[in-house]
Design a protein around this ligand. Structure first.
Ligand code: G3I
Length: 378
């Protein structure tokens, strides 16, 4: 997603504490390990509340949003954050740590430390990993975007990157976002913005899937984008492209809607219907980056009504995925406002995740928990 980046220190530093009235009586401020009285501690956690085979994921914070904080990567130092990450979720997605500018900072140098740490953490905690991402128009290093390469060299660079990164984690990644955001909202390929498509033509997308499949035949390979929750020009473009690629035998296994939603706009009510048409093509589907931002009142504290509306959006997104046979991966783009990308990119908006900056659970958390439990109990 490429919204204009707005860095507002004041907003980033505002503590988005909830009014007590807005916190459900069962809320469990800052003590994720303590279950509410009489609750079953295990099923109090999202990952255990979920039906068998249904993965509940989160992005693993990539840092850099709260500029006053001196950290490169909250994942490595925030103990409370790590505890909740391991207890609540069965899938993790590196928010930034596998993107080109992080993992391949120079042409002849890869930097795997941060991605390795996430994959190791996931394995220790019985979690699967969604790899993100291999072919994108954004967060590419300067050496790549500003380099002077022949087409042949550029093609070799992409192939080597995919073989190296996908190969390194082969057998340890459940799903890869191979191609991210290749269409604009009108359903046109990002021919100017995307270096690969611009320089090498649209056929490079199919090659990226082929190379990823060769490097890790077990991983499920996805197209991933925002504003494709409903049936619209952009999701239609994917629907057409995927059919062409499948007909050519290209190893495409999944289509995912990111789900960066805002209460400014209505919930995309045809989400389930949209996922179903991709499911009918034999693809897996997934929700990969759900968050629900809102316009904050001057106090910076969302009202109870705003939190209820947000909970409803989260719940509807989850319910749509649960209703589709091969939608088995549901990921939120961070679980705490402490590290959310939203206030940095959207001035005046925030509170987009399911927990406050102090890890207090919001109504959205309880909505997910309850719907997962219902689905588990049939
Ligand atoms: O690494 C630099 C660091 O050196 C610097 O000190 C710091 C301060 O400016 O910035 C750091 O880089 C930032 C990076 O996040 C890591 O924190 C970038 O400026 C910032 O632009 C980047 O934002 C990420 C954004 O993608 C970039 O497009 C967000 O964290 C990340 O949540 C967001 O994620 C995307 C998905 O990948 C694709 N779908 C949309 C989603 C939201 O935009």
């Amino acid at each position: 997603m490429r919204p204009v980046r707005i860095v507002t220190l004041a907003l980033a530093t505002t503590a988005l504490a909830l009014p007590l009235a807005a916190i459900p009586a069962t809320a469990d401020p800052g003590s994720d390990h303590q279950a509410a009285p009489h609750s079953n501690a295990k099923f109090d956690r999202l990952r255990h509340a979920a039906p068998e085979g249904f993965f509940v994921g989160t992005a693993v914070a990539g840092g850099g949003h709260h500029l006053e904080q001196d950290y490169p990567d909250p994942f490595t130092y925030d103990k409370e954050y790590r505890k909740i990450l391991s207890r609540q979720f069965s899938s993790v997605s590196p928010e930034n740590q596998m993107k080109w500018d992080f993992i391949h900072p120079e042409r002849d140098r890869y930097r795997f430390d941060e991605a390795d740490a996430i994959v190791d953490f996931a394995e220790r905690h019985g979690q699967v990993v969604r790899g993100h991402t291999l072919l994108w128009h954004s967060q590419n290093p300067a050496w790549l975007e500003q380099g002077d390469f022949t087409d042949e060299e550029l093609r070799a660079i992409l192939r080597e990157h995919i073989e190296t990164v996908v190969g390194r984690y082969a057998g340890r990644i459940q799903q890869w976002d191979v191609a991210n955001e290749i269409f604009d909202d009108a359903g046109n390929l990002r021919t100017e913005q995307n270096i690969w498509i611009r320089e090498l033509g649209p056929g490079i997308v199919a090659d990226a899937f082929r190379w990823a499949h060769e490097a890790d035949p077990e991983a499920k390979l996805f197209f991933n984008d925002y504003n494709v929750e409903g049936r619209n020009a952009k999701s239609n473009a994917y629907y057409e492209l995927v059919q062409d690629l499948l007909a050519e035998g290209v190893p495409v296994h999944g289509f995912s809607a990111q789900g960066h939603l805002s209460t400014r706009w209505g919930f995309p009510g045809d989400l389930e219907q949209n996922l179903r048409r991709f499911d009918a093509l034999g693809l897996e589907t997934a929700i990969t980056e759900l968050d629900v931002r809102m316009d904050l009142p001057e106090s910076g504290v969302p009202t109870e009504a705003q939190l209820e509306q947000q909970a409803d959006y989260y719940d509807q997104a989850l319910s749509a995925c649960l209703a589709v046979a091969n939608c088995n991966s549901f990921t939120i783009w961070g679980f705490t406002d402490k590290y959310s990308w939203v206030p940095v990119f959207f001035q005046g908006q925030g509170s987009a995740t399911v927990m406050t900056e102090d890890f207090v659970r919001k109504p959205a958390f309880f909505a997910l928990q309850s719907t997962l439990k219902d689905a588990r109990n049939g």
